[in-house]
Write a new protein. Structure first.
Length: 367
């Protein structure tokens, strides 16, 4: 079988790489086509025999951009005799649902967000989802939350949606570097070190965490927060730090390729996002056996996180007060965070291993 992965980005995505490599090991011909120039993702899978391609275009105007991509995707599928195309992320999916009209491949739309368009009140993203839901013939949802969003809120046809979890070859994740971990801890000495790695956008709710840190610092706690990633809220967040005199407590570190070292250096990983599909960062924190704080009714967290057994779960509506309370308890050593991290690792390895999930794709291909 000839299988195509169609994706906007060139950045490493281990959930995608794991599937591509697993399909190659089964003897399938696997292709990767991205809307951006060659990058880490291409270099990650090419040694395993995945044939990699890119078709970058400048987006000067939306309609010509998507039209050109749709034409190219349809031609690519025909030229390479693709049997199944897995399209990932909204920017690729909107192209795929139009390209499918001009090719014979089985077009599978893989959705990677739940209710973010509604949380952010992004009307354009909502419109795109409506078009994709209406025209798409088959969908894969990675979590119950995404499935419910599509069927109950957006009224997509449930018979077209297949629920298949993300799958990972966990051996592909980088291992923490002990020297780097020690360097991070030495550069940021404190009694409680927090890490948050998420785009600087409203749905990731950085300000809730920042306000909790401010209150803990005012109460005399020796605490630091390392913030990884970038986003358009950076100026607003930096202003909050400056106005509240938190320059010695909150550090905006931008993008870091060695995220695993920061997760391993942390005492607690905080991920209080208001919207997810099936978050990768929490699973990576689990590999480092770290205590994770997240919110209920977000992404697939309720599917595998159990409060005070393998993580700390907060109310999405009362996050700020609960977060301040639980961080205070952790600071006072009232919660055994190491045990939570150890339990979480076992649960993630058992639930999301590529060896466990690949059989679902085998059955899916036979439908």
């Amino acid at each position: 079988m000839n299988i195509l992965f169609y994706y906007p980005s060139n950045l490493s995505a281990i959930s995608l790489s794991s599937l591509m490599i697993a399909f190659r090991k089964q003897g399938h011909e696997v292709f990767l086509l991205t809307q951006s120039e060659e990058g880490d993702l291409h270099r990650e899978v090419r040694p395993y025999g995945v044939r990699t391609f890119s078709y970058p275009l400048q987006k000067r105007s939306a309609f010509p951009f998507y039209l050109k991509h749709a034409r190219h995707l349809a031609r690519f599928i025909s030229e390479h005799r693709i049997d199944v195309c897995y399209s990932h992320l909204q920017q690729a999916n909107i192209v795929a649902v139009f390209a499918q009209r001009f090719c014979s491949a089985r077009m599978v739309i893989c959705r990677h967000h739940s209710d973010s368009a509604y949380v952010e009140v992004n009307r354009n993203a909502q419109r795109f989802d409506r078009v994709i839901n209406r025209l798409g013939r088959e969908f894969i949802a990675p979590s119950e939350k995404v499935y419910r969003q599509m069927t109950e809120v957006e009224k997509a046809n449930p018979s077209r949606i297949h629920l298949i979890r993300y799958a990972y070859d966990f051996s592909m994740f980088p291992r923490p570097d002990e020297q780097r971990i020690e360097a991070i801890r030495s550069e940021h000495p404190c009694r409680l070190l927090l890490v948050k790695a998420a785009r600087l956008i409203p749905e990731k709710r950085h300000l809730i965490l920042f306000r909790a840190v401010r209150e803990l610092v005012r109460s005399g706690c020796d605490i630091r927060l390392l913030v990884l990633s970038e986003g358009y809220l950076r100026p607003e967040l930096e202003q909050f730090i400056a106005v509240n005199g938190l320059e010695r407590n909150i550090f905006m570190l931008g993008h870091r390729k060695n995220i695993i070292d920061y997760l391993a250096a942390a005492d607690v990983v905080v991920h209080i996002s208001a919207s997810e599909a099936s978050n990768n960062l929490v699973k990576e924190a689990a590999l480092a056996e770290k205590c994770v704080i997240a919110c209920r009714d977000v992404g697939d967290f309720d599917d595998y996180l159990v409060n005070m057994q393998n993580a700390i779960l907060l109310s999405k509506e009362q996050t700020e007060g609960e977060l301040l309370d639980v961080l205070g308890r952790i600071y006072r050593n009232e919660i055994e965070t190491a045990a939570l991290g150890s339990e979480l690792k076992g649960r993630v390895l058992e639930r999301y291993s590529i060896d466990r999930i690949i059989g679902q794709y085998d059955r899916f291909h036979k439908i």
